[in-house]
Ligand binder design. Structure first.
Ligand SMILES: [Zn+2]
Length: 470
């Protein structure tokens, strides 16, 4: 008898503990996801009583709004057509982008009690709250135009807050006509126009990853990294049947650490790579969010970094120059640039600045959030100085400007054995000594990062500094 009671008590304790854990998990981590989910039935019932609110840019331009015609039919309109396709998203074919992230707020209404009564009496729907984003129309347009007909993505962040100022993915679509275009979009095999490559694109980081390799080298040689020297002959024979070559068949000659980065010398970085402690290098990449969920709620794909103690020198050399098995999203790479720009502090990226009621009164305000301090101020300053050299003497020369000083790292990431199959990357921030803006650009099959991606970043920086110099 006693035994049975004990068993029953145990079962109840287990059940209550599991229920407790479930509710804690819900309250702490999942609540916003469930509430905002387009599958939440309560939200659908809200939308029967509320006209969905608008999505606005940081300067008050309407990026999405619901218009109601004389018959009471509602239609979601996107005044900028393709320009904000992925960042703002759509509602017709499932909720994406900010339409998904901010769903809960836009079908909630903070009308005054008098207006609520008046609306209820007249049988009118209530007016939903509006979302004011961190997105800037001019920067978004600049990034969109600069990418032009290339396939790829671009992310622009404010380093000291994590505000997402612009986010573009190409090819794109028109959210106004997605219903009509749906069949055509899906009939083309391999059509990736619906994919937000800024957050969901998976690419080899190429030479942009050399900032991570450099940081690990700094950590392992805090007192003597300045005496590093390497003689590049254009080829580094790592082991039998495996050599690393410098991009474009270049021979760089004798380089110190900072000029190895400025010239993006593969031979020198493969040499550095095989000298590193693999376990510590993996730990550093883990701290920088490789193999982890990117904070913020844009649904970023996980980046990958794999390096184990028994990997060969060939694998280690490839990994050190951003090839091998390492992958990264443009958002994550922008976050790394922003962290260096922000003195080593990574801020959580965010796109919803605040929620306002129909009269413009703020009802929810989102503050910048620090993710973590990942580098010392000295380490960040050291990498930043090397990235300044990338622009003044190295592969990022296309970013030289009279009105601002940029810091950058280019990348040309080979994604198949064919040398011509190369994605062009750039990470950049400016002004180098007091950064206001950090950018990552990837151009699929763009070839050299310095040739193709750098001019795109330059156009965005030019627009930004033109605007703020007025
Ligand atoms: Zn070289």
């Amino acid at each position: 008898m006693n035994k049975n009671i004990r068993v029953i008590i145990c079962i109840f304790v287990v059940i209550f503990t599991m229920m407790g854990l479930y509710f804690c998990n819900y309250l702490l981590f999942k609540k916003d996801d469930y509430i905002s989910s387009a599958h939440n039935k309560r939200l659908s019932s809200y939308s029967e009583h509320v006209v969905r609110g608008s999505i606005l840019s940081s300067d008050g331009e309407k990026l999405a709004e619901t218009v109601v015609d004389e018959f009471g039919e509602e239609k979601r309109i996107y005044p900028y057509n393709n320009l904000f396709a992925h960042s703002v998203g759509h509602v017709e074919k499932g909720y994406t982008g900010i339409e998904a992230l901010g769903n809960f707020y836009m079908v909630s209404s903070h009308e005054s009690i008098f207006k609520k009564i008046a609306d209820d009496v007249s049988g009118k729907k209530r007016t939903g709250d509006n979302i004011v984003t961190t997105l800037n129309v001019r920067l978004q347009q600049a990034a969109y135009d600069a990418l032009g007909d290339y396939r790829g993505a671009c992310v622009v962040l404010e380093p000291d807050t994590g505000r997402i100022l612009a986010m573009v993915s190409k090819p794109d679509f028109n959210p106004n006509t997605i219903e009509q275009d749906w069949e055509a979009i899906n009939s083309i095999q391999g059509n990736d126009c619906l994919l937000n490559k800024a957050t969901r694109g998976v690419y080899a980081p190429g030479s942009t990853f050399k900032v991570m390799t450099t940081l690990e080298y700094l950590r392992e040689h805090p007192d003597n990294y300045q005496s590093y020297l390497y003689n590049c002959t254009g080829e580094n024979n790592i082991m039998q049947d495996y050599s690393v070559h410098c991009y474009g068949g270049l021979v760089h000659g004798v380089l110190d650490l900072e000029h190895s980065l400025a010239q993006s010398c593969n031979c020198s970085f493969s040499n550095i790579g095989i000298s590193l402690n693999k376990e510590r290098f993996s730990g550093l990449c883990s701290d920088f969010l490789f193999n982890k969920t990117i904070p913020g709620s844009y649904g970023c794909v996980k980046s990958q970094f794999v390096l184990s103690a028994d990997d060969s020198d060939a694998v280690t050399a490839q990994t050190a120059i951003g090839q091998g098995k390492t992958t990264i999203s443009p958002m994550h790479n922008a976050l790394i640039a922003a962290t260096i720009a922000n003195g080593g502090v990574m801020m959580t990226p965010y796109v919803i600045d605040r929620v306002e009621n129909y009269k413009g009164k703020t009802v929810v305000d989102f503050e910048p959030k620090m993710y973590d301090k990942l580098m010392s101020a000295d380490e960040a300053a050291c990498i930043k100085d090397m990235m300044k050299l990338v622009v003044s003497e190295g592969t990022g020369a296309r970013l030289i400007s009279e009105s601002y000083q940029a810091a950058a790292k280019t990348g040309s990431a080979q994604f198949s054995s064919d040398v011509d199959d190369t994605h062009a990357w750039i990470l950049a921030f400016a002004p180098a000594d007091a950064p206001k803006i950090a950018i990552s650009v990837i151009v699929e099959r763009g070839g050299s990062g310095g040739e193709t991606a750098a001019p795109i970043a330059k156009r965005i920086l030019d627009v930004y500094f033109d605007e703020t110099s007025d």
